[in-house]
Every structure is written in structure tokens, then in C-alpha cells.
Write a new protein. Structure first.
Length: 200
């Protein structure tokens, strides 16, 4: 279970208190995105009809326990050494709450988004929609940019705002930017066990 990595520039941390008050401090990720966008050049507004994938993130039900398990399953001297869990076992022990996950799927579908991938752990839900849909839902504009080193990418031009109707347990959204800067994430998320849905 090697440490997984997540695209830092694509992950906008969604904090409900921050969404309600602009005076709250932004997260490191938000500052990173803002800095990247600020030093890049806008080339155009991203085509409203362009389809993009966005990952909605829910918390594990027992993050502390999952982290402890991930740290203990590899050292040979530990009693848990080699006792790996299947994705379903991991989900049953540490995964997200089923009621929260079902509520998130319902929210996505009622807002015209297509569910394209689910995770066995119940912590990530991948949805597809148009740029226009995500701009309207998260109250931001998505632009095309060119970075100082010449790389082109699209990104939300401002911090996304959480829709009031979205399930309260959602902690993040990944995919409102296509940049490829990385930051480490807890090892336990290697075990998400995502499955792609057919006919989506």
C-alpha cells in the first residue's frame, strides 16, 4: 500500500464555513490554485458545452482507524503485517456512510450530472457534466490558461462555492482544474476500489 498521490491543483477543498464567509482563511490547496491562476494568462473562457469529470469526496467513517491500519499492515514486526483487506472489507470497516453516499448520488442526478464511477469505499463519486453545469452549481467561472512555462490548462477562476443543496458531509471536489501538480495523500486512500459504471 504505497502512499497514493492526489492532484493538488485540481483539488479544491470545500469548507462550508469558508463558503459562507470570505473572511475565513483559505486552505493551502486554495492558495496554491489561486497563485497558479494569478501568474497564468487567461486565453479564453472554457467552452460551456465541454464535458469534464469531477470527483466529489466524502470522508471515511473512521479515518484514524484506517490510517492506523495502513501504517501497521506493512512493517514485518507488526501483528497486522500482511493482513490486507479486500476493498469490500475496507469499506465495511472504514468506508464512508452508505446514507451519505446515496444522498450524494441523488444530488448529482437531480442536478443533471451523470454518475460515471463509484468507489467501493463510498468516499468518492465521479460525475460528468458540462462546464456550464459545474459553473452554475459551484458559482465560479472555468477559464483556459497558459502558465509561465507555456503549459495550457483549464481551471476555476475563483474558489468554488458549495451548493446549499449538496450533502453536508462532502469535503472536497476534484476536477475543476486540469493542472498536474501533486501533493501526498494518506496511504489509506489507495484502497478506494473504484468501479466504472457501464453505459454512462
Amino acid at each position: 500500500m504505497a502512499p497514493s498521490r492526489i492532484d493538488r491543483a485540481r483539488c479544491h477543498r470545500l469548507d462550508r464555513n469558508c463558503a459562507r464567509s470570505s473572511s475565513r482563511a483559505k486552505t493551502t490547496v486554495d492558495r496554491f490554485i489561486a497563485a497558479l491562476v494569478a501568474k497564468s494568462t487567461v486565453t479564453s473562457h472554457t467552452a460551456p458545452a465541454k464535458e469534464i469529470s469531477v470527483i466529489l469526496v466524502l470522508p471515511l467513517s473512521d479515518l484514524k482507524g484506517a490510517t492506523d491500519y495502513a501504517e501497521r499492515v506493512n512493517p514485518a514486526h507488526d501483528a497486522l503485517f500482511g493482513k490486507y483487506l479486500t476493498p469490500k472489507e475496507f469499506a465495511a470497516t472504514y468506508g464512508g456512510r452508505e446514507t451519505d453516499y446515496n444522498s450524494l448520488k441523488y444530488w448529482a442526478k437531480t442536478n443533471g450530472l451523470k454518475v460515471s464511477q463509484e468507489s467501493v469505499s463510498g468516499t468518492t463519486l465521479t460525475v460528468r457534466g458540462t462546464v456550464a453545469q459545474f459553473e452554475a452549481l459551484f458559482k465560479t467561472q472555468i477559464n483556459n490558461y497558459r502558465s509561465p512555462d507555456g503549459k495550457e490548462f483549464y481551471s476555476a477562476s475563483s474558489k468554488p462555492t458549495i451548493p446549499s443543496s449538496i450533502p453536508a458531509t462532502v469535503i472536497g471536489v476534484i476536477g475543476l482544474s486540469s493542472t498536474t501538480q501533486f501533493a501526498p495523500l494518506s496511504k489509506v486512500f489507495k484502497t478506494l476500489g473504484e468501479r466504472r459504471l457501464r453505459n454512462q
